[in-house]
Design a protein around this ligand. Structure first.
Ligand code: PMV
Length: 326
């Protein structure tokens, strides 16, 4: 058997996080500068047998008990079922990722998608992309409890998407290019906990929370028009309005607010947190030629890692991260 390697990108949510869990629309884009990578190799010795998992970034080096409820064991079981594979051959799975962990960039979903793609390549099997997406969603439920499904969808399809939970996603066609700075606060955040806090708030004060979700939903709808038809600068005020609503939901934090203020002060059109919140990343919409200068201001304000990305209307033909032979 040959080695197989496959990757999947990170992602950011441009508009609509949290409200998307409550069926309001949200917008997300893939971030190809960061990737999760899975490599499958045959285990030559055959003894001991099984699936060996190596993920140095999370200090994991062990056999995977395929009957356990470890999310990756569940992923392998579901995949085997989907492709009618009675048993896995003896293999090593090596995982690596440049997507920061617990920072709202979809590292969990990207790992799942990269593993599925690499195993399909290794086993010479195939699945429709919808099924890859649905397998990744099953694992998201293990990590997040009640995920909307936006992370696995944007990562599987690797396209900008307009997403409403429980309905088929829509591809977004960009009318104009735009530049974003993604700045990591360096604070890890657990989406599961923040989503649970929002749920508690919603249960205690349903009317207040529903109103904010509605506001966020209509911001996403307005943003879609602008992304598709321009002018992109008009996304700035919508990002600021989305951030104000997220603050009311209680999912921002002093550090995120500080970075957002620093980006705005340095001249960004708009800025907001992205993903679950409390920690993780902020995003700022900027004029392309000012990206370096605003990044420097963010670094000075304490951002730990910065990505500058320019989204262009020219769509890259997508092969959904087909695995490659190594
Ligand atoms: O923190 P992330 O990148 O997993 O994003 C979570 C987005 C939420 O809307 C808060 C949850 C969800 O499942 O959509």
């Amino acid at each position: 058997m040959n080695n197989y390697q496959a990757s999947a990108p990170g992602k950011i949510i441009l508009f609509g996080e949290h409200a998307v869990v409550y069926q309001r629309p949200a917008i997300a884009i893939p971030v190809h500068q960061v990737q999760a990578m899975a490599t499958i190799r045959p285990r030559e010795t055959g003894n001991p047998t099984g699936v060996w998992l190596e993920a140095p970034q999370i200090n994991m080096q062990s056999f995977l008990d395929l009957n356990s409820d470890h999310p990756l064991a569940i992923l392998l079981r579901l995949l085997a079922e989907a492709i009618h594979l009675p048993d896995y051959p003896n293999i090593d799975i090596h995982l690596s990722s440049t997507i920061p962990l617990a920072s709202g960039m979809g590292s969990g979903a990207a790992i799942s998608v990269a593993i599925i793609r690499a195993l399909l390549g290794y086993l010479d099997a195939s699945l429709p992309v919808e099924q890859v997406n649905s397998l990744a969603y099953q694992i998201e439920k293990k990590y997040h409890g009640t995920p909307s499904g936006i992370d696995n969808t944007v990562i599987t399809y690797e396209q900008p998407i307009y997403f409403v939970r429980g309905t088929p996603f829509q591809k977004l066609h960009l009318g104009q290019e735009f530049t974003l700075i993604i700045a990591d606060s360096g604070l890890p955040s657990t989406t599961l906990e923040v989503v649970a806090d929002v749920r508690r708030g919603w249960q205690e004060e349903p009317e207040f929370f529903e109103e904010i979700f509605d506001q966020i939903g209509s911001i996403s709808t307005d943003a879609r028009q602008i992304i598709e038809h321009g002018p992109v600068e008009a996304l700035g005020p919508l990002m600021n309005a989305n951030q104000a609503a997220l603050r009311k939901l209680g999912v921002s934090s002093p550090k995120l607010d500080y970075l957002i203020d620093a980006a705005l002060f340095a001249g960004a059109y708009g800025a907001k947190l992205s993903g679950g919140g409390r920690g993780g990343n902020i995003i700022a919409l900027v004029e392309k030629k000012r990206a370096e200068e605003i990044s420097a201001a963010l670094q000075q304000a304490g951002a730990k890692n910065i990505i500058i990305t320019t989204e262009t209307p020219v769509s890259i033909p997508n092969n959904y991260g087909k695995p490659i032979l190594r």
